[in-house]
Structures are given as structure tokens and as C-alpha cells.
Design a protein around this ligand. Sequence first.
Ligand SMILES: NC(=O)c1ccc[n+]([C@@H]2O[C@H](COP(=O)([O-])OP(=O)(O)OC[C@H]3O[C@@H](n4cnc5c(N)ncnc54)[C@H](OP(=O)(O)O)[C@@H]3O)[C@@H](O)[C@H]2O)c1
Length: 279
Amino acid sequence: MPNSLKDTTTLHNGVKMPWMGLGVFKVEEGEEVVESVKAALKNGYISIDTAAIYGNEEGVGKAIKESGIPREDLFITTKLWNSEQGYEKTLKAFETSMKKLGLDYLDLYLIHWPGKDKYKDTWKAFEKLYKDGKIRAIGVSNFQVHHLEDLMSEAEVKPMVNQVEFHPHLTQKELLSFCKEQGIALEAWSPLKQGQLLDEPLLKEIAEKYNKSVAQVILRWDLQHGVITIPKSTKEYRIIENADVFDFELSQEEVEKIDRLNQDSRAGSHPDTLTKGFE
Ligand SMILES: NC(=O)c1ccc[n+]([C@@H]2O[C@H](COP(=O)([O-])OP(=O)(O)OC[C@H]3O[C@@H](n4cnc5c(N)ncnc54)[C@H](OP(=O)(O)O)[C@@H]3O)[C@@H](O)[C@H]2O)c1
């Protein structure tokens, strides 16, 4: 079990990835993202999750620089947007992201959504960037089991991470066990279901028992499932709160009770039907 924000899981290629990071979806480019990332880094976070489509890679890069933390102590993730899938476009989009971030290597690059027919060509470009040493780990996001099986049938490098929507209303049982069997780390996006779980009675009851918040109970449940998690907040007190999850442990029974809150319900899109950016 991780004991601090600096604790890592080892991906199947040996790269160490922090169990917890800060997400910056819907965080405005400019002061808002710079201040959020700086607040996280000041409070011990070393992992930041952005994406080209979030439009805030420059601010993330600025905050990294201004933090004064050595580059090699940080773990930075960005994602390739849907409209840029395909071999050549991916290579270009990667360079654009790196320029915006102001970095000379990336820790983790993800295919943001599978779409239907370009992810294998896209993956070839990911493999090239990985083999060229520009990215330490490559992975996917929003891939279902069938997407992973299809990709892996031709891939030379198996994805190291699959970042998917994961929270007590969407426990992704089959996908989680498939990824575990395959040695692919599962990473939870919208771990707090974008705030929609905060009034759930069971979570409130467990939170009271441990003198923790509902958000902390959910994030602890992620970690006890062996799932990497990247809650988003722009407020320093919540950034601190979300990381204060290393001093209590849910019982197995509580973990299972939380599992039973599953409704297969999503805050975001379904990977099989999302078309945004692919039209
Ligand atoms: N790969 C993908 O397709 C994908 C999709 C969505 C998200 N993501 C990644 O996953 C990250 C997290 O997901 P998310 O941003 O959608 O949602 P989330 O982390 O589940 O929830 C964020 C929301 O919860 C609030 N919040 C945060 N901490 C809280 C706390 N301790 N108590 C009460 N409210 C709290 C935040 O408000 P304040 O900011 O006001 O605190 C914000 O409204 C994203 O930022 C992004 O990096 C990836």
C-alpha cells in the first residue's frame, strides 16, 4: 500500500508511476492552471495529468518550471486528441504538446479515446516515440477489453496504462481484472464522478467512521483496488485533502460494500459511442 504521494507503482516496462496525481481537466489555461499545479507540487504531488484537448499544457509547463522541482522528480502525462490520430499526425501532435509543455521528454503519453479505425496506426507512432526515447511509458485511455485485445493483437509494445472512468458508480470489474492479468495499470479518471458521489449515504457513513471526507474514502478505495488515481481540484485545501489518504485503511467488507454501489453509470461518454473529434 502506498504511504505517500511520492510512492509509485512499477509499470510493466519498469518505469515507476506515482499512485496519485493531480488532474487538470476543465482547469483554465493561464493563472488558474498555473496556480493549481503549483499548489499541488508545493504540497507533495509529483504527478500531473493533462491532455492536448484541455488547452492548458502551456500553463502546466509554466508551473513545472516555476516550481523549481527537478524534472526527473516529476511524472507528467498528456494525451493525444482524437482529431490527431494516425501515424504522421500523431508524431506532429506529440511535438506540439512537448513545445507547449516546454519539456524534452514525456513520462506518459496516452491515446485519449479509441475511436474506431485509427488507433493501430496511432499506436505505431507511439511505439516509435517510445523507442526513440522521447516518452518513458505509452498507454491508452478509454479502451474497453475489446479495444485492448484488438490493439495488442498487432502491437509490439503492450500499453503500460489504461486510463478510464472509474468510481463507485462505475467499478469496471471485468476491465480491471483483464488489465491486472495483462500487467496493464488501470488509472481512474473522474474518481469523484465530478462531485456526484459526495452525498452517497454509505460513503458518508464510512467517512464519519474514519473522520475522513467522502472524497478521501473514494480515493482510498481506488488505492486499495490497486488503481492509480488523479482527482482534480483548483482549490489548495482540497488538493491537500485529497492527498491525505495514507493514514487509514478500509476493511475488506467496506471495500466490497462500496463495490456494490456500482450502477455502471458514467459522468462522461461511453468509449464505444464517442465520436467527438473523429468526425
Ligand atoms: N482520459 C479521459 O478521457 C479523462 C476524462 C475526464 C477526466 N480525466 C482526467 O481525470 C481527472 C479527474 O477527473 P475530473 O476532473 O473529471 O473529476 P473528479 O476528479 O472526479 O472531480 C472533480 C470535481 O470534484 C471537486 N472536488 C475535488 N476534490 C474535492 C473534494 N475533496 N471535496 C469535494 N469536491 C471536490 C472539484 O471541484 P474544485 O475544483 O472546485 O475543487 C471538481 O468539481 C481530470 O482532471 C483529468 O485529468 C481524463
